[in-house]
Structures are given as structure tokens and as C-alpha cells.
Design a protein around this ligand. Sequence first.
Ligand code: SF4
Length: 352
Amino acid sequence: MKPLFIKNFTLEQLEAWVASQGEKPFRARQLYKHLYARNISNWSQCTDLSRSFCARLQSQTSLHALTVARIDEARDGTRKYLFGLHDGNFIESVLISDPPRCTLCVSSQAGCALGCKFCMTGSRGLKRNLETAEIVDQVCMSLRDEKLGPKINSLVFMGMGEPLANYDEVLRALTIITDPNGLMFSHRRVTVSTAGLVPQMLRLGATTPVNLAISIHAPNDALRDELMPINRKYPLGELMGACRKYPLQTRKRITFEYILLEGVNDSTAQARELVKLLRGVRAKINLIAFNPHPGTLYRPPSQEKILAFQDVLRNANLTAIIRKSRGSEISAACGQLAGQKQLIPEDWSRVP
Ligand code: SF4
């Protein structure tokens, strides 16, 4: 039988559940504090809860929604976690240290249905949506990693899956992550990335002030239709219209992710098209050279071509940053996540 994940509950829902157990309402806040502010790894750490309540928590609920199957570390210090789910599926999270930033890249689905041509996750299809607890626990478990965990100060929903295709669970996870009584991340330090699910994007903007990133990757519909099939449903005109009316707080901008593929979307003419496309949008652009993975025919452009592309954007007064590729040799770089279960190392007892 599927376990009841305690981390599926927001504080409000936890209060209702605690009341249904015949416990006093203040127990819910106590419990919530243990789960997130203290980030406990064992029910026995809740010394201020009665023994009988602890025993009931232990027998009726599951504190952990994930198990750590493997941790890889790249030469640049990037850490990739392979997490096991209760049904035998696997997901990945990536922790990237770039002081003063230390960013955890979180997955929202096991696999992805959107099938972007350059993406390893997309090439394997969707297994299923993650539950709230499976999203939140990626953060809780990574925070407990002695190497970098305590330094995590920002989160991006750019791991496996399209977050807005799993809207309700992602929103509930965001509530817990940004709750001052929960995981206490500032909205300014949390970014949700989408391939362009327009209705859900507008709903998100009306609901929470977290940052928005859009995987754009092509400056016109013909090419985007080919690279990202979701564009056939929500073409660029509709997507950019939504960006123009997106409720942004003062000084905030929408981030556009653009993976550069040699000979496909990396010409200066295409950079000029992108400039036109972004007119009227408060935008910044992240340029990322493609990270090849097994089975792909795409290649990254030369450094010269990347700089020429960036120059066109900068000359049009757009902020365009070339992002360093991180963790590519452990397949932790952008578009390389596949949730593959590999050999579990013998020293896996070092897991958080
Ligand atoms: Fe899914 Fe993102 Fe990969 Fe596209 S790039 S297939 S939306 S995970």
C-alpha cells in the first residue's frame, strides 16, 4: 500500500490531519517545525511530542518520500543525487555551488512528456508526476548533505519534468518551500522554469511571486515547432503575449533560457530575431552551450559563435549571460538528467 507522506501536507492541511488524530491543534505547528525548520531525519528526534503520537506517526505515515540511491560529484564540485521513489522510479536533483550562490535544481516529474528534441529527459517520456512530498524532500535531503547542503540558498525547478504540467503538486511544494514556518526560502530565491504552458504560467503569476524562467531555445515558430513540440499548442505569439502581461514585481525580469545548438539556432540572424521577439518584455537571457549526451546529433557551437550571438543581444541593450556548463561529466548539466539507476556505490552509507 502506498505510504501517507507527511510532507504532502501544507501547514493548514497538517492542522486538519492532526485534529483528525484527536491531537491538540498546536501539535501541528510543532510537527511542522520538526519537519522543516529542524529538518529531522527520524521521528525519535521529536522529543516534545508524546510517545503515543510519535508511535502513531511512525506507523501511519512516512517521514521520507525518497531514498538516496547514489551521489555523484563532478570535478567542479557539482553534486548529483539519484533519488529512488516508492514505486521503483528514479529522479535526479543537482546541487551547483557558484559562490555566493548555491543552487539546488529540483525535479517535478519522473521523466517528461514534452519531448524537446535536445533533452535527454524528454527522450524517455513521462513516467509520472511527483507528489508534493517527493518535491519537498529533494530539498530536505540535500540540505542535510554535509558537503554543501547548509549553503543552499536558491532553488530552481529546472530538473526532470515540466513543473507547470504538475501544477497543483508544484504549487503546494512552493507553499511549503517559501513558508516562513516551513523551509523559509525567499520568493526571490526560487525560480520555476517552463517550456511555455501559457494558461498555467498565467495562473502561477497570479498566485505566487516566485521567479519565472522560460525555455525559449528558438526565435521563430518554424524552428521552435521542430525543437519543442509544445510550441505547436502555444506558439510564440501567445507565449510572448503572456510574458508581456505577466505580473512582475519591481526590478524583476523573466529569464529566457536559450540552449545554443551548432548550426541550428546559433546564427547572428537568429540572435536578431530573438531581439525582435523579446521587444516589450522585461527579460534577461541565459545562453547555454549544448551539453551533448549519448544518442544526440546536436553539438555545441564554437566559443566564437556564442560570443557573436551574445554581442547581438547586448548591442540591443539586452542582458545576456553565457552560463558555464556545470557537472557535464556526471550528466548533471542542463538537459542531461535521465534518472538512470546505475551501480550503487559501496559507500552509499555516506548519504544524508
Ligand atoms: Fe521536458 Fe524540460 Fe526536457 Fe523539454 S527540456 S523535454 S520540458 S524536461
